[in-house]
Write a protein that binds this ligand. Structure first.
Ligand code: FAD
Length: 546
């Protein structure tokens, strides 16, 4: 990677010399696809830079359902997507074990499902190479006692759950170890062109400064925003953003991913993620990928959907609701986003729009991100006139070398070893002080929301009620943030959390929110925290402060 020598710019906390950064492969978008591309390109020896407008995995990748698909969901409706899912399910288990909980998956026929679908499901799995085994409904109920006792058939498939933030951050770490530069908080505002050739981008950095990056190939991996980035280069990518919502309850109601054995529909999957269960999702076409406002009707729909899978679901405490937007690509999109394939596409804009040095990678799933990246970097190799083999299917991510899956009890086991030596910061998610400080040290200016994604701080039943003020204090005492910055970070975090549980405020969740409110307003008086730095004390000629 070469840099100009005239001027000094700060890139994502990394001091760099030169106003224009030069690289071979530039990636736009820091979701799973983008970091996958950056890692793959860097591992093939390309000088690589990635820019992301927010923190990594704050787009759809940080707002998905958490399911490591076996492909069963698409076995009948979308065989191509099903084949990609099962192939990559096997690869991710090999290279990203520490990011995966091997929960297994069940497809169950509930009273509202078409009983004929089950046989088509089995045939679809067999055609697409998904291992499937039918078990008696009674056995399914023995394994998952809370399941609807009226299920009639049950099938076991290799579904699992995946921690998207961990995957993205370890991919980014690996990319950096191979020489890539990862720049969160850099928003692309211009795609630069020289005639019919894309030459790179101009991004707005964290302090509002403009950074120019010149690249031989620019890869647009901006998910549901890919159409907007393509338009900056006068190219056309038709994305049908498909909004889906998910709702988390305050504990694990099931230990296995449970799917309805039916054509993909709304609210048909219940996923146990770490300490909570997540029901989802919906699929509604939206015009703007940043618009995923959630209605009360959608929440009621999810609660009812949960009730169908686990009777009593509506009586559990709903913790938080959020939405994400699928990057669904189809050249001529049908009206219903659920009908768009979940397989992916690499678009070379030289062939499509007569614009060289510019690729878009779009569509796909979180669980196929590695394959998507491989295909995108293969295409970049073609543009650069070289052939370099991909190694990402075999080389494990950092922390996954021992190929041991994450287990729900892992943090507890670790905690028990250090019980008397180390402060516990988050009781719900068992976050140790050492682990938190490690994560703070990795980031130039961590926000509480960044730390939430990195270590699941505040993600459990209390939703930050007890851990956030401790974390804020640590950010300040370890000199990551000044007192005023720490206060602002705490308020920003509380406002962000509020958005997620405001729509759910009733019964037990209302009581919890009231307790949190009392801690933050009553005890800490957060509404009146000083948010500005005190003016520096003036020194007199004699050296005394005035
Ligand atoms: C409700 C829902 C549930 C889902 N559940 C699952 C599931 O269980 N399993 C699964 O495998 N898949 C699931 N998916 C699909 C999966 O989440 C997505 O396909 C995948 O995360 C997309 O990743 P991405 O990197 O392509 O996009 P993103 O994660 O959205 O990344 C694109 C990035 O580009 C950035 N960007 C945009 N504009 C700019 C700019 N101007 N400058 C710089 N950066 C920019 C964005 O901030 C964003 O971070 C789900 C999707 C939804 C919506």
């Amino acid at each position: 990677m070469e840099e100009g020598r005239n001027q000094s710019v700060r890139l994502g906390g990394v001091a760099a010399v030169g106003a224009a950064v030069e690289c071979e492969v530039l990636v736009i978008g820091g979701g799973s696809t983008g970091v996958g591309v950056a890692r793959d390109a860097a591992m093939r020896g390309f000088a690589t830079v990635l820019v992301e407008r927010g923190d990594l995995a704050t787009g759809t990748t940080g707002r998905f359902h958490g399911l490591l698909h076996s492909g069963g969901r698409y076995a009948v409706k979308d065989p191509q997507a099903a084949r990609e899912c099962i192939a990559e399910n096997v690869v991710l288990r090999r290279i990203a074990a520490d990011c995966i909980e091997d929960t297994g998956g069940l497809f169950v026929t509930t009273p509202i499902d078409d009983p004929d679908y089950a046989d088509r499901f089995v045939a679809g799995c067999q055609d697409t190479g998904i291992p499937v085994e039918e078990i008696a409904a009674a056995e399914a109920l023995r394994r998952e006692p809370r399941l609807n006792p009226r299920i009639t058939r049950a099938f076991v498939v290799p579904d699992g759950t995946a921690d998207a933030w961990k995957t993205v951050w370890t991919c980014a770490r690996s990319a950096t170890e191979h020489g890539a530069r990862i720049l969160p908080y850099h928003e692309v505002i211009t795609v630069t062109r020289d005639g019919d050739q894309v030459t790179g981008i101009i991004a707005r950095g964290p302090d509002g400064e403009q950074v120019q990056i010149r690249a031989q190939v620019t890869v647009n991996a901006s998910g549901a925003w890919a159409g907007r980035i393509a338009a900056m280069a006068d190219c056309r990518v038709e994305i049908s953003p498909g909004k889906g919502i998910m709702l988390a309850t305050n504990h694990r109601l099931v230990q296995t991913v449970v799917n309805r054995c039916e054509m993909p529909a709304d609210g048909d999957i219940l996923v146990p993620i770490r300490t909570v269960s997540v029901i989802g999702t919906t699929d509604v076409s939206v015009a703007d990928p940043d618009d995923w406002a959630i209605t009360r009707a959608e929440i009621d729909q999810m609660l009812q959907a949960g009730e169908n899978l686990v009777p009593g679901f509506t009586a559990s405490r709903a913790l938080r609701v959020w939405g994400g937007v699928r990057p669904l690509f189809q050249d001529h999109a049908p009206a219903e986003t659920r009908d768009v394939t979940r397989a992916h596409a690499v678009l070379d804009h030289r062939a499509r729009d007569g614009v060289g040095g510019f690729l878009t990678i779009t569509g796909g799933k979180f669980c196929t991100f590695r394959l998507m990246a491989q295909d995108a970097v293969d295409a970049a190799c073609t543009v650069l006139g070289t052939t370099r083999p991909c190694r990402t299917a075999d080389e494990p991510l950092p922390d996954s070398q021992d190929r041991r899956f994450y287990k729900i009890g892992s943090r507890l086991a670790e905690r028990e070893r250090t019980l008397l030596d180390e402060q516990l910061i988050c009781e719900c998610e068992l976050v140790r002080r050492g682990r938190l400080e490690e994560e703070m040290a990795r980031r130039p200016a961590p926000s509480l929301d960044d730390l939430r994604r990195a270590v699941r701080l505040g993600m459990g039943p209390c939703q930050g009620g007890f851990c956030m003020y401790r974390a804020t204090g640590i950010l300040h005492t370890t000199k990551h943030l000044s007192a005023a910055q720490a206060n602002r970070a705490l308020l920003a975090f509380l406002e962000e959390r509020w958005k997620g549980y405001y729509p759910l405020l009733h019964d037990d969740q209302l009581r919890q929110a009231w307790l949190d409110n009392w801690i933050f307003q009553g005890v800490l008086d957060v509404a009146h925290l000083p948010l500005a730095q005190p003016a520096p004390r003036e020194e007199t000629a004699t050296g005394h402060a005035t």
